[in-house]
Write a protein that binds this ligand. Structure first.
Ligand code: SAM
Length: 245
């Protein structure tokens, strides 16, 4: 299902930033290792689905030139304060916005699974592949069909922090769909709390098919269980590749 407005409005963007930094934090060291040759030659890194800029900040701190992008204005607003020093922080809504040429394309937090269907995911991947310069590196994560298989009948869950709370109802209406109905609470300036609700429809993909797809655009890719040494949750995969120099 295509949402009528971008996913991650103000309150969910804030909750993600305050309570769910752990995935970007865990992925950062391995992504930085994969990108070390790009940093050495001062290449340009394009980050897709940058969210609030958690990985972006790590890339910038390490000396990378970064263009960070996302579809959510609320996430981009946060990223502009979190990842100062990026060359650009801009809207890029996959699969159809033009993708700028880059020496590396990275993304964590499965942005492509937010697209409406597998065809859109494939279109987005081919657009990213075409934007990757010779010698360039691709490193993104995606939810495989296994993501849904391992979460059949998942119980509702709640999380709470000092200044945020999230309650999520999960469902897997079909083998290639993962749905979260999320209710957020964040404090107002006067100390009262406000509620918002978002439904996220994720499409799950057979990641084993993706190296073959990307080979048609000249990329050599593989699907791994993580970007390196960090442990991914069940069903999440790392798609890692390069365009030969
Ligand atoms: C789970 S969040 C991950 C954010 C960030 N990378 C992190 O790890 O904290 C997924 C991100 O994908 C973005 N996204 C969703 N649909 C997108 C689209 N069509 N194009 C680009 N980004 C999209 C969302 O706005 C959100 O910031």
């Amino acid at each position: 299902m295509q949402p009528s407005e971008p996913y991650y409005r103000d309150d969910l963007a804030l909750v993600h930033h305050r309570g769910f930094a752990f995935h970007a934090d865990a992925c950062a060291p391995d992504i930085l290792s994969l990108l070390e040759p790009i940093r050495r030659r001062n290449g340009l890194v394009l980050e897709i689905g940058c969210g609030s800029g958690l990985l972006t900040a790590r890339l910038v701190e390490t000396g990378h030139r970064v263009v960070a992008s996302d579809a959510s204005p609320s996430m981009l607003h946060l990223a502009r304060t979190v990842a100062t020093g990026a060359e650009e922080i801009r809207t890029l809504t996959l699969p159809d916005d033009p993708v700028p040429a880059a020496d590396a394309i990275v993304g964590v937090g499965h942005a492509l699974n937010y697209l409406p269907d597998v065809g859109s995911v494939e279109r987005a991947l081919l657009a990213l592949a075409r934007a990757l310069r010779p010698g360039g590196v691709l490193a993104i994560d995606l939810c495989d069909l296994d993501w849904g298989r391992t979460r059949q009948g998942e119980s509702n869950r709640g999380w709470v922090g000092e200044d945020w709370a999230l309650v999520t109802r999960f469902s897997t209406p079909s083998p290639d769909r993962y749905v979260r109905e999320m209710t957020t609470f964040v404090p107002n300036e006067d100390g009262s709390w406000r509620r918002d609700d978002e439904r996220h429809d994720n499409v799950l993909v057979d990641t084993a098919r993706l190296p073959g797809l990307l080979a048609t655009a000249g990329l050599e890719c593989e699907v791994r269980l993580s970007f390196g040494s960090e442990a991914f949750p069940p069903g999440l995969r790392a798609l890692i590749g390069q365009r030969p120099a």
